[in-house]
Design a protein around this ligand. Structure first.
Ligand SMILES: Cc1cc2nc3c(=O)[nH]c(=O)nc-3n(C[C@H](O)[C@H](O)[C@H](O)COP(=O)(O)OP(=O)(O)OC[C@H]3O[C@@H](n4cnc5c(N)ncnc54)[C@H](O)[C@@H]3O)c2cc1C
Length: 229
């Protein structure tokens, strides 16, 4: 239903319509959003969009899982316990729903040409990793650790066989990175729950000898906090 805010929102957001909504993993739903306004955007692998979720002006941020320059953005939204407006929107939105979103943004992006790409994070981070891994040049060196609640929560990632997959409650991400001890000289992409991101960064920089500038970090959520961006 049109509202008085629509003209303002038209200036600030891009409009699209959900054309596909289906499970892509046990607790993850893939949403395809299409629209003329979504054609020809500048999207770098790993970038995110801010989506207006639910009613009103609540925004939540989602990584771009896939982009079709003819005018489609795909997102994957996790249905986490204690779901807030974002997870409720992602779990309930149906084909045909109108969506408003911002332009792709952010600097947590693939660094093409790096000697080695190391990916560390959990379910939410694996969405951005999916876009980055799919964009890697042939022959790129890849490793990393991805933690999920269960094996059924794993996204189908390009090069997934080169990643160490962990199940929550077993080896933690910082311990797994300590064990992996990737040789410094590449780029590490570390995202997901805020404290874990910091711990993994400490392991890479203090224990494994990585240059801190080579460790890209992005907290995606934190217990007790609402919509980090
Ligand atoms: C750059 C960026 C990219 C992101 N990309 C994605 C993405 O691709 N897919 C995606 O699903 N999310 C992604 N997120 C997280 C997303 O923006 C929301 O924070 C998430 O959907 C939770 O929103 P909510 O409204 O359901 O919960 P909120 O109202 O924001 O939070 C309520 C509570 O739920 C808990 N919570 C939040 N997230 C989780 C979680 N993952 N696991 C367990 N408990 C949680 C916390 O305790 C929090 O206090 C991204 C965030 C950022 C900053």
């Amino acid at each position: 239903m049109p509202t008085l805010l629509d003209p303002v929102l038209d200036l600030l957001t891009l409009r699209g319509t959900v054309t596909e909504a289906e499970p892509i993993a046990a607790r993850m739903r893939r949403l395809r959003i299409e629209g003329d306004a979504l054609a020809g955007l500048d999207v770098r692998p790993g970038q995110q969009v801010r989506v207006l979720v639910g009613s009103g002006l609540t925004r939540r941020t989602y990584s771009v899982w896939a982009y079709d320059p003819s005018g489609a953005v795909e997102l994957c939204v996790l249905g986490h316990a204690g779901a807030g407006p974002g997870a409720r929107w992602g779990g309930g939105v149906e084909v045909g729903a109108r969506v408003r979103l911002g332009k792709p943004e952010g600097s947590f992006t693939l660094r093409p040409g790096a000697a080695h790409h190391v990916f560390v994070g959990e379910e939410t981070a694996s969405v951005a990793f999916g876009a980055m891994l799919a964009a890697l040049e042939p022959g790129a060196r890849v490793s990393g650790c991805v933690e999920t609640e269960t094996a059924a929560d794993r996204l189908p990632l390009t090069h997934s066989e080169r990643l160490n997959w962990l199940t929550r409650g077993g080896t933690s991400l910082p311990e797994a990175v300590r064990g992996l001890a990737p040789e410094p000289g590449g780029i590490a992409y570390v995202a997901g729950e805020a404290r874990t991101v910091q711990r993994v960064r400490q392991v890479l920089v203090r224990e494994v000898g990585w240059d801190r500038r080579a460790v890209l970090t992005k907290p995606f959520w934190a217990p007790g906090k609402r919509g980090l961006e």
